[in-house]
Design a protein around this ligand. Structure first.
Ligand code: TYD
Length: 212
C-alpha cells in the first residue's frame, strides 16, 4: 500500500513544529507509521543536513540569491529521492516541515528571484514527480509570528539564522506569496495559525482524515 506525503508550510513562528508533533501523535495512535522530516536537510539524510548548515550559517553573508536557491534544490533532491519517496513507497506517512512552497515563497516572492514559472520548472527537475498529497499552510501575520519567535517557543539559535534576521517587509512578502500559492497550487489548504494549538490541530486533523 502506498503511503502519503504531507507538507507543512508557513512563516517564522507559525507553529509548524507543534502542529507536526500533534499530527504525528494522532496518526500513530490511529495505527499509521509516520516519518517526520524537514527541509532544508532531512531525517536520516546527512548530505542534505550538510547543505542545511551551509544555508543557515550566519557567516555566509555573501551567499547569492540564486546560489541559495540551488542549494535548497540540491538538499531537496537528495532528501526526496533518498528518504521521502522510499518511505511513501513503503506505506509510511511522511510529514515534512517545508518543501518547495518555501522556495517559491522565500526565494521568489521574498527575494524576487527569477520568474515563478522558471522557478517551478527548475524545481520540477529536483522533485521528479514527488508532489505532496496535502500541503498545510499555517498562515500568520509576520508581526505575531516574529513575536512568537522572539519569545523563544520551540526555537534555538535564532539570532544566528540568516532568515530570521530579515526585515519585516521581507516576511510580509513571504506571507502574501504563500497565500497566492495556496490559491494556485494543487492540494493546498490554508489554516489560521493565530488560534490555540489544540483548536488548530482539530481543523488540520479533519482535513488529513479527508485525505486519508
Ligand atoms: P528553519 O530553522 O528550519 O526554520 P523554520 O523553523 O522556520 O522552518 O530554517 C529554514 C529557513 O529556510 C526558513 O527561514 C525558511 C528558509 N527556506 C527557504 O528560504 N527556502 C526553502 O526552499 C526552504 C526549504 C527553506
Amino acid at each position: 500500500m502506498l503511503g502519503k506525503f504531507i507538507v507543512f508550510e508557513g512563516g517564522e513562528g507559525s507553529g509548524k513544529t507543534t502542529q507536526i508533533k500533534l499530527l504525528q501523535q494522532k496518526l500513530e495512535t490511529a495505527g499509521f507509521s509516520v516519518l517526520t522530516t524537514r527541509e532544508p536537510g532531512g531525517t536520516n539524510c546527512p548530505i542534505a543536513e550538510k547543505i542545511r548548515q551551509l544555508l543557515k550559517d550566519p557567516t555566509n553573508k555573501e551567499m547569492k540569491p540564486a546560489a541559495e536557491f540551488f542549494l535548497f534544490l540540491a538538499s531537496r533532491n537528495q532528501h526526496v529521492e533518498q528518504i521521502v519517496k522510499p518511505a511513501v513507497s513503503a506505506g509510511q506517512i511522511v510529514i515534512s516541515d517545508r518543501y518547495f512552497g518555501s522556495s517559491f515563497a522565500y526565494q521568489h516572492f521574498g527575494r524576487g528571484l527569477f520568474d515563478l514559472q522558471t522557478m517551478k520548472n527548475i524545481n520540477a527537475l529536483a522533485i521528479n514527480g514527488a508532489v505532496p498529497d496535502l500541503t498545510i499552510l499555517l498562515d500568520i501575520e509576520p508581526t505575531s509570528g516574529l513575536t512568537r519567535v522572539e519569545s523563544g517557543a520551540n526555537r534555538n539559535n535564532l539570532k544566528d539564522d540568516r532568515f530570521d534576521a530579515e526585515q519585516l517587509e521581507f516576511h510580509e512578502k513571504v506571507r502574501n506569496g504563500y497565500l497566492t500559492l495556496a490559491k494556485t497550487e494543487p492540494n493546498w489548504q490554508v489554516f489560521d495559525a493565530n488560534q490555540p494549538p489544540e483548536k488548530l490541530h482539530e481543523q488540520i486533523w479533519a482535513q488529513v482524515q479527508k485525505m486519508l
